[in-house]
Design a protein around this ligand. Structure first.
Ligand code: MGD
Ligand code: MGD
Ligand code: SF4
Ligand code: MO
Length: 748
């Protein structure tokens, strides 16, 4: 049976898998032990890739919405004509300012979408669109803000050296489920076991997650209070003279002493009350860090999507610096990605004085733009609030905001009121059921796979390209062409008539010209007229070739003969492993105006008074947090039967003490209510959550009218974003707090 080696596109772990095919169907999927990166690791989601490809509900044809609200499959010509019919009146009367784009999570894992989403956004912005939306503001936006300010780029920053650290503190991440996030590692739980054997793994989390169960220590924390804990740890380090000033950082970091002075009010005894972690433990956590040879802190979504996400994320880097482990093997190190992508460059309007925020504001709540985005929870009000500048058209690209955005109830209703909703998506789900037109792309096995973003955060420098397992259906336009077509329509060309080849040249040529004028990236100073002819192919392959060739191992577009090109990489189906993590990369990685790691910024420290006032406030009796499971992937893998076996995962975790107080037993139905809404869900009584904390998984709430998800609709679960309000925001980053939301629980 023919066997194909591909990279699993489902998460940031980028595992290599073998796909065996017979009669045009997937026969089996197993780990590829020869993959230079993953070396035989795989998880249950990877094994299910075939189901995803074969899923009868996966759209193979475009769909349009009929006046009665149902969807019907149509030809591509009809779908493009319908797209034009609904989009044009909005663009003609109100311009592209009445339109926005929602960029969903799979965009980052799909080589066609990842390379061309910039074309859609770029053309729409040039035509007048103000900002775009993405789940970034319910995810990693605090990290992007902090990375921008400290290291010079929103996707630029160090990761923990999992191979060498002997003391890892994990805050707000559950790699046992997620397999690592903004930290790509093959078999990350295996690596964590190695750390624990060398020393200690400490997990700070309101829930004793499967990661915490396998760690040396679980530190339960009151949701939303990590910044208080971290300031108290910093203060303890300073008070005891444990701050290290290693030679290798001399003159390369600015602001540490000033920040240490700001830690003064965060006395462990005071912080203990709010964090729920006693002062002795806080002091001991600091002492353990100080005594370890190679200590390092790592934080992720639980410390981002909370009331003080930016300060917490920032303090992780501040403490890594105070411990002297920044840019040092075993500590917090800068990966050396083999591929360069334009998204890593500084935008042209961010001049030498550094990054600017709040360059424009949202219409309804006047939220300042942060890295070109408003909080995704603004989307509903921008659509349903009358007045000039109202959002009338939306293009969603591989996104399901009706499930994934806070205030999901109002958003879902608002989506139904758009004059034009165009969804580039493969399923008829909670969001796309509102779409006027659904334009489906390829299955993951019909696409070439190539990562760029995740290699920025990976524990080794590798490069991989996988050929599609199946030929895409010939009549179906590739997704990158669809994005160009929609982008081209912004300037008045009817959607069906857009010349995508010409626009492709305009996009790539324009990008090369722009990048060549920005200092500090591999295209700086290059002549676009010479770069363009040197690149092979068209579409995504051309951009991949560019990224590889100007990357650190590339042939520099012919200047370094023998260097890597896309065609060379394609000769290595098991990938190329080019380098291991090392220290001493700060000077090449950091792109701040001063060239130093700039720890201190008004944008960050102006949020400290808000944090201080948190200590004056009491703690609600019960707060809600989110969770993930290994066998789910945000909202869209619940249609895979193999992943839905076993007991119901969409349950409310509640501590026995709380359950007894409110009168609930395991399996009983509970009402959960917040300021935003209410749901009814089965309770699961367990001491794995801290008392005072309840947890619901995200990505559920299927079974809605007008959707076509046979398996998911049989296991609908509830949408926890019906409960998350849109107005609890981490101010410096525009990120929604979806952890630590006050709630009321009672028997249903
Ligand atoms: N199987 C699977 N893998 C995935 C995904 C998936 O849905 N399923 N999604 C992918 C995506 S898009 C992302 S962004 C990543 C996310 O990857 P992770 O960041 O590892 O995400 P979670 O598993 O949600 O873990 C977040 C943890 O934060 C904890 N937490 C909640 N509030 C707080 C708090 O206030 N303080 C602290 N310290 N902890 C808190 C939660 O209890 C939870 O254990 O995973 C990716 N990988
Ligand atoms: N309460 C709560 N809310 C959360 C989170 C949380 O932890 N708690 N996590 C947040 C995070 S980290 C994220 S990343 C978001 C996810 O938010 P979204 O990106 O909005 O949602 P997904 O569930 O990833 O939906 C992916 C969509 O892409 C489609 N799709 C899948 N593959 C392809 C493809 O190859 N091509 C195309 N065109 N479409 C495809 C699917 O059908 C689905 O509609 O949710 C966020 N929301
Ligand atoms: S961990 Fe699982 S989902 Fe992630 S890349 Fe590997 S096989 Fe795919
Ligand atoms: Mo995410």
């Amino acid at each position: 049976m023919p066997s194909h080696k591909v990279t699993c596109p489902l998460c940031e772990a980028m595992c290599g898998v073998h796909v065996t095919v017979s009669d045009g169907h997937v026969q089996g999927i197993r780990a590829n032990p020869d993959d230079v990166w993953s070396r035989g690791h795989i998880c249950p989601k990877g094994v299910s890739l075939g189901h995803l490809h074969e899923d009868p509900d996966r759209l193979r044809q475009p769909m349009v919405r009929r006046p009665d609200g149902t969807h019907v499959a149509v030809s591509w010509d009809d779908a493009l004509a319908e797209t034009e019919r609904v989009l044009r009146p909005v663009l003609d009367t109100d311009g592209a300012g009445a339109l926005s784009v929602y960029v969903g999570n799979p965009v980052a894992h799909n080589s066609h979408l990842a390379t061309y989403i910039g074309a859609l956004i770029g053309f729409a912005e040039a035509a007048g669109m103000k900002g775009y939306y993405s789940p970034g503001t319910v995810d990693q936006w605090p990290l992007n803000v902090v990375s921008t300010l400290l290291f010079g780029g929103m996707w630029n920053g160090p990761i923990p050296d999992l191979y060498r650290t002997d003391h890892l503190v994990i805050l707000g991440a559950n790699p046992a489920a997620s397999q690592g996030s903004m930290l790509s590692a093959p078999d990350i739980m295996g690596l964590l076991t190695g750390v624990a054997q060398r020393g200690r793994v400490v997990v700070v989390d309101p829930r004793r997650t499967p990661t915490a169960q396998r760690a040396s220590e679980w530190v339960p924390i009151q949701p939303g209070t990590d910044a208080l804990l971290l300031f108290a740890i910093l203060r303890t380090l300073a008070e005891n003279g444990w701050v290290r000033h290693p030679e290798h950082l001399r003159g390369k970091v600015a602001g540490l002493d000033e920040i240490i002075a700001m830690a003064e009010p965060f006395v462990p005894e005071k912080v203990a009350v709010t964090t729920g972690i006693d002062a002795r433990t806080i002091r001991r956590l600091a002492a353990d860090l100080a005594q370890a040879e190679n200590p390092v802190l790592y934080s992720r979504i639980g410390t981002c999507t909370q009331e003080f996400g930016t300060l917490a994320t920032w303090l992780v880097f501040v403490i890594n610096t105070a411990l002297g482990v920044l840019d040092r093997p075993g500590g917090s190190v800068f990966p050396k990605p083999a591929v360069w992508a334009p998204m890593f460059a500084k935008p042209p309007d961010q001049d030498g004085s550094g990054w600017q925020f709040g360059r424009y504001r949202s219409r309804v709540r006047r939220a300042p733009e942060v890295l070109n985005s408003f909080p995704v929870g603004c989307l509903a009000e921008e659509i349903d609030t009358p007045g000039e500048g109202r959002l009338r058209a939306l293009i969603t690209v591989a996104g399901n905001p009706a499930v994934s955005a806070p205030g999901a109830g109002r958003l879902s209703a608002a989506l139904g009121r758009l004059d034009a909703l165009i969804a580039v998506d493969n399923w008829l789900n909670e969001t796309t059921r509102h779409a006027h037109v659904i334009l489906p792309g390829s299955s993951p096995l019909e696409l070439p796979h190539f990562d760029d973003l995740y290699w920025m955060y990976s524990v080794a420098s590798c490069i991989k390209y996988s050929e599609p397992v199946f030929e895409p259906e010939p009549q179906r336009p590739p997704e990158w062409e669809l994005l160009l077509r929609l982008g081209g329509a912004m300037f008045g060309t009817p959607v069906p008539e857009v010349d995508t080849a010409a626009l492709d040249d305009l996009y790539v040529g324009g990008m090369v010209a722009t990048m060549s004028a920005i200092p500090g990236n591999p295209l700086t100073g290059r002549d676009a007229g010479q770069v363009m002819p040197a690149l092979a192919g068209k579409g995504p392959e051309r951009l991949m070739d560019l990224g590889i060739r100007v990357g650190p191992w590339g042939d520099q577009l012919g200047d370094r003969p023998g260097g890597l090109t896309l065609s060379e990489v394609r000769q290595h189906p098991d990938g190329l492993r080019l380098a291991e993590l090392e220290g001493g990369r700060l000077e090449t990685s950091v792109t701040t105006p001063s060239g130093k790691v700039e720890l201190l910024h008004d944008h960050l420290i102006s949020d400290i008074p808000r944090l201080l006032s948190r200590m004056e406030r009491g703690t609600p009796e019960l707060v809600l947090i989110s969770r993930r499971h290994l066998r789910s992937n945000n909202s869209w893998l619940h249609n895979v039967p193999a992943l839905m076996k076993g007991r119901d995962r969409c349950t409310l975790l509640i501590h026995p003490v709380d359950a007894a107080r409110v009168g609930l037993e395991s399996g009983a139905m509970a009402n959960v209510a917040t300021s935003e809404g209410a749901v009814t869900v089965a309770a699961e009584v367990t001491d794995e959550v801290k008392p005072g904390v309840v947890s619901l998984p995200h990505g559920w709430g299927h079974g809605l009218d007008g959707t076509q998800l046979t398996t998911a609709n049989r296991h609908p679960g509830i949408n926890n974003n019906l409960l998350n309000p849109t107005d609890v925001i981490d101010v410096p980053s525009n990120t929604h707090a979806i952890n630590g939301i006050p709630c009321h629980v009672s028997p249903a």
